[in-house]
Design a protein around this ligand. Structure first.
Ligand code: BCO
Length: 569
């Protein structure tokens, strides 16, 4: 099974395999380009099994494919061969024990534990569509996801199992619940013991590149999160030469992506990107953000690259006053929200390393970025990465002149690029809404300069991007509405030096609560939101107001409140 307890880093000498692997060309055997897209593609058989074979033939060094650690000193190191075997066991458990079939959906709600990677790969092997979700979710969030997706299975931990059990009677499609835990729980299958006894013989499905592979939930301005459906082409895109230029990973690299495995940034940065290149993926369990642990980890392990949301770098800079020089670190990339030139400069000054920006969404994967070694224009998100073609467009889909503000559009006609989302599942209206002439309209505003560099300006709608999270105001307003103190509320973005944006709620109180202590009420409402929905959405700022600005038809004017926050009124 391969989990080795309390193995420390003592005695690890990167030099031999480091030098050995440098001589191999990363992903050299994986030959595709945008013009010869394969009709069939499966990340497990085409990429992981390739690296397993390279290991067997002695053509890859002894560095692990997955290197997982936690604060207790536990450590897991798996080779590609071990991941191949274990993920085949998982595929057998999912199909044979759980009875799941190709095309069925499985909610994958795990923290950063090694099993997350086994389940994701097991699903890909079996053609099961996995749906990553953050462990911050509460019962209602999970219920919504299970219901709209008609998921047949869920994998989670004992922290979330009671939340699942509290709503399971309302999810008729759900037929299998898998628990990753040291304990057993009634009504749940014990993932770890099932894997131990499962066979490693499994024939990977021959998935078409356009078959669905994963669904991500993403917040919108109105309503509940939408299902963003991706095909196997999302994983295939990572192997294109144009995309490999972004991080230029090779088998000797050790990449640490900090993102929670519920987000697409982790699916790309902690799965497809490193393993396509045959690199080591480093994972720290990190149940809570801790700048000190990150600093110590970067000093202790031979991590050569890291990828994280800008808020992570900002918090490290703010919370650590001692040295930020890391012995092995060579390349730092960031994405998920805007980054200021001053922040890039401070990171360079403190670490001696440049900070490269990327941009993307759940719908697009990584769409543009400053490639490793490319000239950084501080504050810019770099250039469009082929096969995606980004242009700045107006509301009709016309390409705008250079240095003109418009929407970030990604060309989808005459041919939709591989790896862009397939559709918002079961929502043709929303899918059609974001089509704008020959482009997918991201809803993000930007300009493009004469060199093709893209400069982010903000959202064209009410979505809040707080420390890398995309938050729909309606989700927070709905949570607030459940509290008896709230007559109505409007939730908007407000500026913040650390998180760039935070959620701010303007609240009209019900008459019974008008005389309550406002500080206490603020805390109570924050706690309430944290308890009914994923806590990252809670309003960090609250203002009680006698009324909300509205149009003559009674629609709340969020834009007016937002402008006030940003001093634009
Ligand atoms: O700030 P507070 O302490 O008041 O509240 C925090 C947590 O303490 C709290 N919380 C978390 N789990 C909880 C809980 N409360 C109750 N029960 C629980 N189970 O809720 C608040 C959560 O806020 P947070 O997640 O921002 O926490 P924190 O510790 O401040 O973390 C800071 C960051 C920077 C590590 C975190 O914000 C983060 O990970 N941000 C990055 C998100 C990300 O990866 N985005 C990428 C999305 S994909 C994409 O953009 C496409 C790119 C190609």
């Amino acid at each position: 099974w391969g989990i080795r307890q309390s193995q420390s880093y003592h005695g690890f000498h990167p030099a031999p395999w480091y030098l050995y692997c440098r001589s191999l060309s990363g992903a050299g055997g994986l030959r595709w380009n945008d013009h010869n897209r394969p009709a069939e593609f499966n990340f497990a058989s085409n990429v992981l099994d390739y690296w397993t074979q390279m290991e067997q033939e002695g053509k890859r060094g002894p560095n692990p494919a997955l290197w997982w650690v936690d604060n207790q000193g536990d450590e897991v190191k798996w080779s590609f061969g071990e991941i191949t075997d274990l993920s085949r066991c998982v595929a057998n458990v999912l199909t044979q024990t759980c009875g799941l079939q190709q095309g069925d959906r499985l909610a994958l709600i795990l923290p950063r534990v090694p099993e997350w990677w086994l389940v994701a790969i097991g699903c890909i092997r079996a053609g099961i569509v996995f749906m990553p979700g953050t462990t911050q979710m509460k019962a209602k969030d999970i219920l919504y996801r299970l219901q709209v997706s008609k998921a047949k299975g869920i994998v989670t931990t004992d922290t979330l199992a009671p939340e699942v059990d509290s709503v399971v009677s309302e999810c008729p499609a759900l037929k299998t619940k898998l628990l990753v835990s040291h304990h057993s729980r009634q009504g749940w299958l014990d993932f770890r013991s099932l894997i131990k006894s499962a066979s490693t013989d499994h024939t990977c499905v021959k998935s078409k590149t356009l078959d669905p592979m994963a669904i991500f939930f993403t917040s919108g301005t109105t309503g509940l999160p939408k299902m963003v459906k991706h095909c196997h082409g999302l994983a295939w895109r990572s192997s294109l030469p144009s995309c490999r230029k972004l991080l230029q990973l090779n088998p000797s690299d050790v990449l640490w992506c900090f993102s929670d495995p519920g987000w697409i940034l982790a699916v790309l940065g902690a799965l497809f990107e490193p393993w396509t290149a045959g690199s080591t993926l480093f994972v720290h369990h990190l149940p809570q953000f801790d700048a000190k642990v990150i600093q110590q980890t970067l000093c202790k392990y031979p991590i050569t690259q890291c990828l994280a949301a800008p808020a992570v770098y900002r918090m490290i800079l703010q919370q650590i006053s001692t040295s930020l020089r890391f012995p092995a670190l060579e390349h730092c990339a960031t994405g998920g929200e805007a980054l200021l030139p001053e922040e890039q400069e401070e990171w360079r000054r403190r670490t001696g390393l440049l900070l490269y920006q990327v941009y993307g969404q759940s719908e697009t994967g990584i769409a543009c970025g400053t490639l490793r070694g490319m000239k950084i224009k501080p504050g810019s998100m770099g250039k469009s990465i082929s096969p995606l073609d980004i242009q700045i467009i107006d509301d009709k889909g016309n390409i705008l002149p250079i240095n003109t503000e418009g929407n970030i559009g990604i060309r989808i006609k005459p041919t939709k690029p591989m790896g862009l989302f397939m559709c918002y599942e079961d929502n043709p209206g929303k899918t059609a809404e974001v089509e704008c002439g020959d482009f997918y309209n991201t809803g993000d505003r930007a300009t493009m300069d004469e060199d093709g560099y893209i400069w982010f300006l903000g959202r064209s709608d009410d979505i809040i991007t707080a420390s890398g999270y995309r938050i729909g105001p309606a989700e927070v307003e709905n949570a607030l509405a459940e509290h008896p103190a709230v007559a109505e509320s409007a939730v908007v973005s407000s500026p913040d030096p650390i998180r760039r944006e935070v959620v701010k709620a303007f609240i009209v109180l019900t008459p019974e609560f008008l005389s309550h202590d406002q500080d206490q009420l603020t805390q109570e409402l924050q706690q309430h939101v944290k308890s009914v929905t994923a806590p990252y959405k809670y309003p960090r700022k609250v203002e009680f107001v006698p009324e909300l600005p509205k149009t003559i038809t009674g629609k709340i004017k969020r834009s007016e409140l937002r402008k006030k926050e940003y001093g634009q009124m």
